[in-house]
Design a binder for this molecule. Sequence first.
Ligand SMILES: NC(=O)c1ccc[n+]([C@@H]2O[C@H](COP(=O)([O-])OP(=O)(O)OC[C@H]3O[C@@H](n4cnc5c(N)ncnc54)[C@H](OP(=O)(O)O)[C@@H]3O)[C@@H](O)[C@H]2O)c1
Length: 332
Amino acid sequence: MALPEHFRAFQLHRDDTAAPVVGRFVDLALDALPPGEVLVRVAYTSINYKDALAAAGLNQIVRQYPRTGGIDLTGRVAQSSDPRFRPGDAVVVHGFGIGVDHDGGHAEYARVRADWVMPLPEGLSLQDAATLGAAGYTAALCVHWMEHNGLAPGGLPVVVTGATGGVASVAIDILAGRGYEVVAVSGKGDADGYLRGLGASSVLDPGASAPSGRPLDKGQWAGAVDSVGGDMLAWLLRSAAPDAVLTSFGNAGGAELHTTVLPLILRGVRLIGINANSPMPLRQQVWARLAGDYRPRHLDRIAQAVPFQALPEAMARMRERATRGRMLVAME
Ligand SMILES: NC(=O)c1ccc[n+]([C@@H]2O[C@H](COP(=O)([O-])OP(=O)(O)OC[C@H]3O[C@@H](n4cnc5c(N)ncnc54)[C@H](OP(=O)(O)O)[C@@H]3O)[C@@H](O)[C@H]2O)c1
């Protein structure tokens, strides 16, 4: 694979700690990439909520500048000094600090540690794997841990919050495909058709999660996939059925949690925290399921194509809650 002298990247800059973060497109020499054993020609990247926050300097996600964002990418190995990878190999990289502490996928090339690189799972294209990305992996991890803890189709519904989001869209698709009844909670009044198209059987307004003043409400859910946190997660806990399994991975609506232990100790509700930055063996196991029995049926509906040059505007729309599904960026 012939290597170019320069490649294009969307780099975040901050002149000093008081200055705003500014993103700009730059041409970089390959030497400007951080150290790592594997150079990847990026085929696809995406926009995750974390990328959108980082690009605006929010939540102190990025601490050292300049930084190329993008917490996930798929592509082909261009160079490797590690025997596990050879030029031309199709690979997936997400997490391990890429796009945060180490330059990420919002560029034509990325150089990463070989230990962070996963071969593309058999049965997925580079485009499919990037449409799933860190978000799809998180969704699959939620389903994996809920089922590991006893969730099975045929019982009460599974509720998915922040339902039009990237993680939630994939979760709805996986769950509905596995025979679960899925209730979607979305603040977007016009999302009914999209969410039912992915397999949700009903759509609730987030107003349902308003504090009731009671520690326990009627138990309605066998499982939950929560993007939102805050009052939403407090509601999921008090409205979970006995032995329900809830997964919490997001804080789009707030990081604080005001609740009681009663759902846990009186109903045996299990609340499972999800961190998608898994070690490689679990990652490979769950990605194999994404290519197999968890495979979403509606990736074409979930994917929203974003041209590379439109990255800043798309990230701004995501911060304004004006996007849905997964924002896919083709890099070649
Ligand atoms: N723990 C982990 O490893 C991990 C992995 C991936 C993502 N995350 C986190 O999970 C969350 C979702 O990520 P994502 O990539 O799916 O983001 P996303 O595509 O932007 O989706 C988030 C969804 O949450 C809802 N939402 C947004 N702002 C909200 C607010 N202020 N109050 C209530 N709901 C709000 C919106 O859905 P509606 O408009 O349909 O309600 C939005 O589409 C983020 O907090 C992200 O940082 C964590």
